[in-house]
Design a protein around this ligand. Sequence first.
Ligand SMILES: Cc1cc2nc3c(=O)[nH]c(=O)nc-3n(C[C@H](O)[C@H](O)[C@H](O)COP(=O)(O)O)c2cc1C
Length: 198
Amino acid sequence: MSPKIAIVYYSTYGHLATLARAEAAGITTAGGTADLYQLPETLPPDILTKMSAPPKDTTIPTLTSGAQLEAYDGFLLGVPTRYGSMPAQWKTFWDSMGGEWQKGAFWGKYAGVFVGSGSQGGGQEVTVMGMLSTLVHHGALFVPLGYKTVFGTLTDLSEARGGSPWGAGTFAPSEMELSLAREQGKMFYEHLARVKFD
Ligand SMILES: Cc1cc2nc3c(=O)[nH]c(=O)nc-3n(C[C@H](O)[C@H](O)[C@H](O)COP(=O)(O)O)c2cc1C
């Protein structure tokens, strides 16, 4: 049976939303499917206006509880950097999942992370590391992007780009960054497709 994968992201300006769709496209090329979700906004509308944040993509469902994720075998999580760690929208969501944590609802499930930042050295890798602590406490198994199929892209220094062996990443989605996201989705699906789920 095909693994059930959810792609969950938070995005203020749309970059992580674009990467999320590229991750989904990668899963599709590998023969799978994924459900896309966005996290609820926690900032008040007037602050979002001052930040020049565009309206959310209302075609993507907004998760209302962690319980909605319990049916999935794996998750690709989209996280824009805030001061080198996850944004409050992600932390608020995790902090609402004490019930799932207590009963081990995500124990043994798989997770990969993709990220975004406004600058090089702005915290992409350390943002993934910060997510690891939460994933470990939930008992989830981290699936990195690694170098196996993306060595050429990760070692190509011809242009500035986000992403690392920790996972795809973006400054502002370029074709190179999108290719890493597609590859992450594809490899994540192929990895999970080898696993026997109950
Ligand atoms: C409050 C705040 C803090 C941020 N901190 C950082 C940072 O430490 N380093 C960095 O490179 N970018 C930082 N950024 C830029 C965001 O990471 C970037 O705008 C975001 O990843 C874009 O993704 P999105 O379009 O999906 O919202 C910050 C942005 C905001 C609003």
